[in-house]
Ligand binder design. Structure first.
Ligand SMILES: [Zn+2]
Length: 252
């Protein structure tokens, strides 16, 4: 019965849309009321669709095309430190830019949906890229469990979720876990740590990852220390290949 009603409604909508062009605008306005779309940076209303930023913010951001080429600024930054198949960020991150605002909203203002939305947008680009299409599963950089409990979500896992929906590949959420560094760990591990990475990353489910081309994702690439540490943990599993994607790359 419900199917019949829905089919009738759809048919009516099509007829109306074709007969009255104004109906099309009304319809999208109606959808906008039900599913409001907001700019991920400033929160302004934006027309329903795929855009993440409002028009004003779009004028102030730099979108990157680095996902189309194998060697780029992103892979250069990790060159010699991490064996990568491919690497790319969606945006350039500069201070006070809408991209910084969006990341701030995502991390500190309880807006996990921003990560999913940007993830879907980047997923569409990655899916159309010969360089990224071969990835088979996504691994988000984990947050320390205590931090994730406080925040309520892991922003990188939200970003991963959006990419996953569009590329139709799974997110392996608990494959990699983050633990606080403790004195019981070996001296060698301490030596291997980098600048601001005080935690260690442990692969919990290596069989899930074995032999796969993995896409490691994080919110922003700065020095790359965290991605490097996570990447080494993943590449330690037999047969894995590694690509990396972030929402933004920090530039001076
Ligand atoms: Zn905006």
């Amino acid at each position: 019965m419900l199917d019949f009603d829905l089919a009738q409604l759809k048919k009516m909508k099509m007829v109306l849309q074709n007969s009255f062009p104004a109906f099309r605008a009304l319809w999208s306005g109606f959808l906008h009321l039900i599913y409001p779309e907001l700019c991920v940076a400033c929160g302004a209303d934006i027309p329903a669709g795929d855009a993440c930023f409002c028009f004003r913010c779009q004028l102030k951001i730099s979108v990157s095309d680095m996902h189309l080429v194998r060697e780029n600024e992103f892979t250069d930054r990790l060159w010699g430190r991490l064996q990568l198949e491919s690497g790319a960020a969606m945006y350039y991150f500069t201070r006070k830019s809408p991209v910084q605002q969006a990341l701030h909203q995502l991390k500190y203002h309880n807006k996990p949906e921003i990560g999913v939305k940007i993830g879907r947008a980047f997923g569409r680009k990655l899916k159309a890229s010969d360089v990224f299409r071969p990835v088979e599963a996504i691994v988000p950089v984990p947050l320390h469990p205590k931090k994730e409990r406080l925040r309520g979500y892991n922003q990188s896992a939200q970003f991963a979720q959006g990419i996953s929906e569009v590329m139709d590949i799974p997110v392996l959420r608990n494959a990699l876990v983050r633990r606080a560094f403790t004195a019981t760990q070996t001296k060698k591990k301490r030596m291997e740590r980098f600048e601001n990475v005080d935690d260690v990353f442990v692969v919990e489910k290596p069989t899930l990852l074995q032999g796969k081309h993995l896409l490691l994702v994080d919110d922003v690439l700065t020095t790359g220390a965290t991605l490097e540490t996570c990447g080494h943990a993943l590449l330690g599993i037999a047969g894995t290949r590694l690509s990396v994607a972030t929402i933004a790359i920090a530039v001076n």
